[in-house]
Design a protein around this ligand. Structure first.
Ligand SMILES: Nc1ncnc2c1ncn2[C@@H]1O[C@H](COP(=O)(O)OP(=O)(O)OP(=O)(O)O)[C@@H](O)[C@H]1O
Ligand SMILES: [Mg+2]
Length: 250
């Protein structure tokens, strides 16, 4: 094994004639928190869509856990251990925190989860996993609260928990703090740092402060390409990064 859980080679995604991702070769080392940052429009979310299967790259390829997955659909990627956080809108708003986590533990997509829900006998391990994850999320006190009644920040934490329920080899998070209140951001930041101790996390994030404090490796994108890659201290000190962010304003 290479020690890399995810690798892209010369990856490109064009929208019409515009290359939002333009030749990205990236390697994510297993067991690390690897962040992708960059100014607005740098291509971070487009890259994320290529990785999760939401968009098919126009060029290049993606290797996950030793398998070429470039053209595999999203659900097939989930099945081999790639998880992304669910959207808030995909939480079961009327179900409790505990029930949401149990459903996510029992199946990796909604339909399967509901089918499995009936075979309760096989569910013991799933139930225990859901309880463990609920503790890690610090949501045990909210176990019986409907997801829809949680604060926005808590809903986003629950989304991350839903992704964890499948015991993924790689957890992909696109701006997990977006739309969060200032009070909730440290909670999410701490959760991701904690998860990084025993998971591989790829974090796409706009907030430099968060990224600098928890990442092992940072890839800086600009105009669809990798501008700089390295440890937080090196990235923070790099003039090219500063210039790219300043350029954003102009
Ligand atoms: N569906 C689309 N069709 C055409 N152009 C798109 C589409 N989605 C994104 N783009 C363009 O591709 C570029 C990269 O967008 P992307 O959303 O990947 O950037 P980003 O780094 O995630 O930005 P942000 O920090 O604002 O989230 C932008 O110029 C954007 O306008
Ligand atoms: Mg984005």
């Amino acid at each position: 094994m290479s020690g890399y859980i995810l690798e892209t080679r010369d990856l490109a995604l064009a929208y019409g004639g515009f290359r939002a991702v333009d030749g990205v070769s990236l390697r994510v080392k297993a067991g690390t928190i690897h962040s992708v940052i960059g100014p607005n429009g740098a291509g971070k979310t487009s890259l994320f869509h290529c990785l999760t299967g939401g968009r098919r790259p126009t060029e290049g390829d993606i290797v996950f856990d030793g398998q070429e997955i470039t053209r595999r659909p999203a659900h097939a990627r989930v099945g081999i251990g790639m998880a992304r956080s669910f959207q808030v809108t995909s939480l079961f708003q009327n179900l409790s925190v505990r029930e949401n986590l149990r459903l996510a533990s029992q199946g990796r997509d909604g339909d399967r989860a509901l089918a499995f829900w009936r075979s309760v006998a096989a569910g013991r391990a799933h139930i225990e996993r859901a309880e463990r994850i609920m503790e890690r999320l610090n949501l045990t006190a909210k176990a019986d609260t409907a997801a829809g009644d949680l604060s926005h920040g808590q809903q986003r934490v629950l989304e991350v928990g839903m992704a964890l329920c499948g015991e993924p080899k790689l957890l992909l998070l696109d701006e997990p703090t977006s739309g969060m209140g200032i009070d909730d951001i440290p909670v999410m930041t701490h959760l991701i740092a904690e998860l990084g101790k025993d998971h591989t996390v790829m974090l796409i994030e706009h907030n430099m402060g968060i990224v600098m404090s928890i990442s092992d490796t940072i890839t800086v994108m600009s105009r669809g390409q990798i501008l700089v890659e390295g440890k937080p201290e090196a990235v923070r000190a790099d003039e090219r990064v500063r210039a790219a962010y300043l350029g954003e304003a102009g």
